[in-house]
Design a protein around this ligand. Structure first.
Ligand code: PLP
Length: 486
């Protein structure tokens, strides 16, 4: 059933508003500023309420159902985060207030820096970057500043595994580096032999995600870091997958020099639809002098403040101090769980992923036959032989009431289906999802057309996704149906 547009509900003379008396007599207004007729729908207040309530219920959200979007860590966002972020002392402060009047906010930022450094094993942090990709930009600018300070301007190349998130090569290129793609071996690790071929004094860094985007722990990470360091390069860590290793592995202890953290993923902020997030960057001693300013510091007298007196700093990454509200949520999440709780999060996230992996690997191909970390990547190549693509399977899941997993990423897996259940879900939910996936695999065998033409139960079927993303219709226009509907 397609919802009527407000313009279709409109009846001449029906009204849902009552304007206050104008302070200026209407005949005193210049004619050019008034409109005799404004073509707004004529509807009652209750019609408007029902219309927008219905529309709001068409959105899918983690608060409605399972959201196994691989690499995105769509975990439950505890509501206490929202309560804390809305406290007037946080929500109503102004960045130009004097330091003496925002000591609580500065203390929170200072303690969050310390907690993130502790969790990851590093010595210092900046909270300025606005998202993961922005954290990458910050981290790679730190690496560039480090080599320049040492007079090593010939270090222009950055090594990036072919399984990496697209933001990694994009970031390196934005910083003026040349990217070199390193292949993955048959076990799903970076191919060490091919990596070594690239190591020389032109290498600035390697950008590595660990666990990698196949959901696998890089078995040679120590060896890799040692080889890159021996060549004079630095190890950049993409920390988007931190949810797999909280309390179990500290990235600084396995050879990374710098790491960004997607707090909206690991430390919970609602981030479907693109934001806002936060991408704090943690570093060891070698990169600390280059961190963005102003830095949140604790002074000798115990007060907190903002300090810009770091001559080697790369400067600001963001207006003011980053996405403060998101940082309050991350702080709350970490404090609510404590060290033991964080460790449990990763243990259960990994357990949940492996449970689903084992249920599904009988009917879908699993290209890398290993215990996974917090997510795993299936291939729909067996189903493709029946003429059904991974995209079709994802669309069919919508009919079963599930948000589809990430598809066609990482690029090195044919017809990739990337599933990240997170720790928040019950066994019942995981079982229901597995049943749906197995049922769809059966449908592919018996009635492929049913899957190819899914979804059948929603009012919009297949969208022109490029057009929906690039030219979204977000505004009501008189008598115009959404252009992205097919
Ligand atoms: C999500 C993600 C990023 C980018 O993070 P944003 O916060 O979306 O900018 C980078 N790398 C990996 C592996 C990711 O999953």
């Amino acid at each position: 059933m397609t919802e009527p547009l407000l313009s279709e509900l409109s009846r001449p003379g029906r009204e849902g508003h009552e304007l206050p008396c104008g302070e200026v007599p209407s005949d005193a207004l210049p004619e050019a500023l008034t409109r005799a007729r404004l073509p707004l729908p004529e509807v009652g207040e209750l019609d408007v309420v029902r219309h927008f309530t219905r529309l709001s219920q068409k959105n899918y959200a983690i608060d409605l159902g399972f959201y196994p979007l691989g690499s995105c860590t769509m975990k439950y966002n505890p509501k206490i985060n929202e309560v804390v972020a809305r406290l007037p002392g946080f929500a109503a402060i102004h960045p130009y207030q004097p330091e003496s009047s925002i000591q609580g906010a500065l203390k929170l930022l200072y303690e969050l820096q310390a907690m993130l450094a502790e969790i990851t094993g590093f010595t210092a942090a900046t909270l300025q970057p606005a998202a993961g990709a922005h954290g990458e930009l910050c981290g790679m600018l730190l690496i560039r500043a480090y080599h320049q300070k040492r007079g090593e301007r010939q270090r222009t190349r950055v090594l990036i595994p072919d399984s990496a998130h697209g933001t990694n090569p994009a970031t390196a290129a934005m910083c003026g580096f040349t990217t070199v793609s390193v292949p993955t071996d048959e076990r799903g690790n970076v191919d060490m032999r091919r990596l070594r071929e690239h190591l020389d004094d032109t290498v600035a860094a390697m950008m590595l995600t660990n666990p990698n985007t196949l959901g696998l722990f890089e078995e040679h990470v120590l060896e890799m870091a040692e080889a890159v360091h021996r060549a004079g390069g630095l190890m950049y860590g993409d920390g988007a997958n931190l949810n797999a290793i909280l309390g179990a592995v500290k990235p600084a202890h396995v050879g990374f020099d710098v790491l960004h953290i997607n707090t909206h993923k690991t430390f919970s902020t609602p981030h479907g639809g693109g934001g806002p997030g936060a991408g704090p960057v943690v570093v060891g001693e070698a990169l600390e002098p280059f961190l963005p300013t102003p830095r949140v510091v604790r002074r000798a007298d115990g007060s907190y403040g903002l300090d810009s007196s770091y001559p080697d700093s790369i400067g600001r990454m963001r207006e003011f101090y980053g996405h403060f509200g998101v940082l309050v949520r991350a702080y709350t999440y970490i404090r609510m769980h404590g060290a033991e709780g964080l460790r449990q999060i990763s243990d259960v996230a990994v357990l949940n992923a492996n449970y689903l992996r084992v249920l599904l690997q009988a009917v879908y191909d699993l290209p890398y036959q290993r215990t996974c970390m917090h997510e795993f990547v299936l291939s729909g190549r067996r189903q493709k032989q029946q003429g059904v693509r991974t995209l079709d399977i994802a669309k069919r899941l919508i009919d079963y009431g599930f948000y589809p997993p990430t598809v066609y990423f990482p690029l090195i897996v044919e017809e990739a289906i990337m599933i990240e259940p997170t720790e928040s879900e019950t066994k019942d939910t995981l079982d229901a999802f597995a049943r749906a996936m197995i049922e769809i695999a059966r449908e592919v065998e018996q009635d492929p057309e049913l899957v190819r033409t899914a979804p059948h139960t929603r009012e919009l079927h297949r969208l022109d996704e490029v057009r929906a993303a690039r030219k979204p219709v977000l505004r009501w226009t008189l008598n115009e149906a959404p252009a992205n509907a097919t």
